[in-house]
Design a protein around this ligand. Structure first.
Ligand code: PLP
Length: 295
């Protein structure tokens, strides 16, 4: 595979006849000029996306990612995406990835060229860093104030906190701030002291025999990985719960993880300079499951 594989996609309306799906996207030379400078994606970060893991040629959690793409489009008043089209684009993109190893495929729906009457789309397969060290040795995090309280997501839906939009500059700034402070990643905390999410991950915390994550209504992205981990733990008869988590509960947790589609479950070994107990057995169990076949 070249370093990346890219496709340009003409997003189709829902209900378009299946015969038009295959001709609605085409592979382009990686790095070739493909986006108009007045497309509202580069211009205003106005669009939605998904990043899916490809493990040994298989796409992880395809349907949950497609469902979230549709939800993000709804929250941002974009036309309803044709999921048959995106399913095919993702399958074709994954076929271009090598049969062994870990890759990602990112799909993007932009509002389109200014003024944004016709959406544009693209897909992009890329190799991913080797996260095996983070998965086994863990990561150190700092908590960072998100500057909004726990109710902001519901009170101010225009902040689009539950949508996976292209406007990730604050999230990237938070990761840079974490690195400046000498650690690996960040955890956002609401201004009233509740744990929210990482800039590109969800937070799972084990308190005794229950694994807890903050509810999506707290103004966070409902993660596909978190949902898959919960379903897996429940299938083993373990207890899981969505509930508000305080900063003190995170700092005093029996174990904690940042979970996301590509890095999977990274155990948190330090929060704000305080060491956290690691649960190596549960970490291995979760990552073995996440890295296994599931499409
Ligand atoms: N929260 C945010 C802000 C994210 O950007 C991500 C993933 O990129 C997640 C949570 C985790 O979502 P998923 O597990 O679907 O990758």
């Amino acid at each position: 595979m070249p370093e990346t594989v890219s496709f340009l996609v003409d997003p189709l309306p829902v209900g378009t006849s299946a015969e038009f799906l295959e001709s609605s996207f085409r592979e382009i030379e990686p790095g070739s000029p493909a986006l108009a400078v007045n497309d509202l994606a580069p211009h205003r970060g106005d669009g939605v996306f998904e990043t899916l893991a490809i493990v040994d040629g298989r796409v992880n959690d395809l349907e949950p990612h497609l469902a979230r793409l549709a939800n993000s489009a709804r929250l941002t008043d974009l036309p309803e995406p044709n999921l048959d089209q995106w399913r095919l684009v993702i399958r074709r993109a994954a076929e271009r990835a090598p049969a062994d190893g870990q890759f990602s495929v990112k799909i993007v729906v932009s509002r389109g060229v200014d003024p944004g009457t016709v959406p544009t789309g693209w897909a992009h397969v890329a190799s991913v860093p080797d996260f095996s060290r983070e998965r086994s040795h863990g990561i150190r995090v700092v908590t960072l104030d998100r500057g909004i309280d726990r109710g902001a997501g519901e009170r101010a839906p225009w902040l689009l906190l539950g949508a996976k939009t292209l406007s990730y500059a604050p999230n990237m700034a938070a990761i840079r701030e974490a690195k400046r402070r000498g650690v690996d990643d960040a955890v956002f905390v609401s201004s009233d002291g509740f744990v929210l999410e990482g800039p590109t991950s969800n937070v799972l915390v084990r308190l005794g025999d229950v694994v807890v994550t903050p509810p999506p209504a707290a103004g966070i992205l409902h993660g596909t990985t978190q949902r898959r981990v919960f379903a897996f733990l429940e299938s083993l008869g373990r207890r899981v719960a969505y509930r508000d988590l305080t900063l003190d509960e995170l700092r005093g947790a029996d174990a904690a993880w940042l979970v996301s589609s590509v890095r999977m479950a990274a155990p948190v070994i330090e929060v704000d300079g305080h060491p956290l107990g690691a649960d190596a057995a549960m970490t291995a169990e979760i990552n073995d499951h996440l890295l296994g076949a599931n499409d």
